[in-house]
Design a protein around this ligand. Structure first.
Ligand SMILES: [Ca+2]
Length: 395
């Protein structure tokens, strides 16, 4: 875009000022602004204009005029202006060359004034609507608001949960550095260009109907620089199956509390903390904030195995990324664990679930003999408690 971001930022940082002025203060040289009546004033300098927001109460019956006089220092002669969204006539814009100040008469109340010295008179649009599309279907919209230095849009996307790429279709000239998108608490700032759009560099984990927030930097935007936000290749999480809460024959059992490595927020382990746990303990407060746990899974002989987990979840569901020896097994990257009706403090709140090998589940794991590393990474915010994990030889 035609913006010069560093210049804008510098101007904003250096020149933001909020001042309260006394009545009839002199229009002394060197002051940014002065007013003939008391009030609250803020002035912000941008590359082509000063934007003044003010509140000046109506002085009531004592007033002999219906307006007050404001002087605003500008680097060059004032050429155009807006009072709120109305253009100001040229005769309303006086110039005190000696003081380098614009002089305008303004109505009482709370208003915003743009005083420009360069370029053409311009105000950003008030609002815009940006459609969201998920794999070709409408999936909500973002409501956009404009500031002079960018656009902020937000809304819910009717998509997910799962993994998806996000393509932001922009007008020409939007650079990756201008664009920030957040979905829930994840923020995307890395983009690659593809066919006139910006696409997330990495697939994004999306919760069910995530809140989307989009920020585009750019000065004097004429319209929304984003035409559509498109979720592509939306892959839902793998499902698990609840099975009888008994340990199958020949199962290799690894206690949840016996994890061998972890990262992020440490989970809790405390003997006797929960109801009816195997080995008298479980791992709990395993957060969905990117924290991960790794277990050593000993496999006595090469073959086909199925993965089970005894879990509790007091939420509606919890999501975990699954890796075996550092790689996602086929069909098992993101897994949705169901809510079990509680956190495992009462009967029936621990469920044994099967992750592979059943109908509608990911295929059985083909494992070599030896120790394998199973890692679960908590994502999309939800907690999960784990009593134990099983590898069961596939029939
Ligand atoms: Ca246990």
């Amino acid at each position: 875009m035609s913006a010069q971001p560093s210049r804008i930022v510098a101007a904003i940082l250096l020149c933001c000022a909020l001042v309260a002025l006394g009545a009839t203060s002199a229009a002394a040289q060197g002051t940014l602004l002065s007013s003939s009546l008391p009030g609250a004033f803020g002035v912000r300098y941008l590359p082509d204009r000063a934007v003044v927001t003010y509140t000046v109460p109506d002085p009531g019956e004592r007033a002999i005029a219906t307006s007050f006089r404001l002087r605003v220092r500008l680097p060059q002669r004032v050429r155009w202006g807006f009072l709120d969204r109305e253009p100001m006539a040229e005769r309303e814009l006086r110039w005190d060359r000696g003081a380098s100040q614009a002089i305008v008469r303004l109505p009482f109340g709370s208003h915003r004034v743009h005083l420009g010295w360069e370029g053409r008179p311009y105000l950003p649009p008030e609002s815009a609507t940006i459609p969201i599309v998920a794999d070709g279907d409408p999936a909500g919209q973002l409501g956009a608001r404009f500031q002079l230095d960018g656009m902020e849009a937000s809304g819910d996307a009717l998509v997910g949960p799962g993994i998806a790429s996000v393509r932001v279709e922009t007008t020409p000239g939007v650079s990756p550095a201008d664009l920030t998108l957040s979905s829930g608490n994840q923020t995307v700032t890395q983009w690659r260009r593809a066919n006139g759009a910006l696409v997330t560099a990495e697939p994004l984990l999306i919760d069910e109907n995530p809140s989307i927030n989009l920020h585009v930097s750019g000065y004097t935007l004429q319209r929304s620089p984003v035409k559509r936000v498109v979720f592509e290749n939306v892959t839902p999480p793998a499902q698990v199956a609840k099975v009888a809460d008994e340990i199958p024959e020949n199962a290799i059992l690894v206690e949840g509390e016996d994890f061998v490595d972890n990262g992020g927020t440490p989970p809790q382990v405390e003997p006797g903390s929960h109801y009816d746990t195997h080995g008298g303990a479980c791992v709990y407060s395993f957060l969905g904030d990117g924290s991960w746990l790794t277990w050593k899974m000993p496999v006595p002989e090469a073959g086909s195995y199925d993965l089970y987990a005894r879990i509790s979840c007091g939420d509606t569901s919890a999501y975990r990324l699954v890796e075996f020896d550092g790689e996602a097994p086929e069909g098992l990257h993101l897994v949705e664990f169901p809510g079990t009706g509680g956190w495992g403090h009462a009967e029936g709140e621990w469920w044994l679930v099967r992750l592979t090998g059943g109908e509608g589940l990911a295929p059985s794991l083909q494992l070599e003999a030896g120790d394998h590393a199973l890692t679960l990474t908590g994502v999309l915010q939800k907690h999960l408690n784990v009593d134990y994990l099983l590898l069961v030889p596939a029939e």
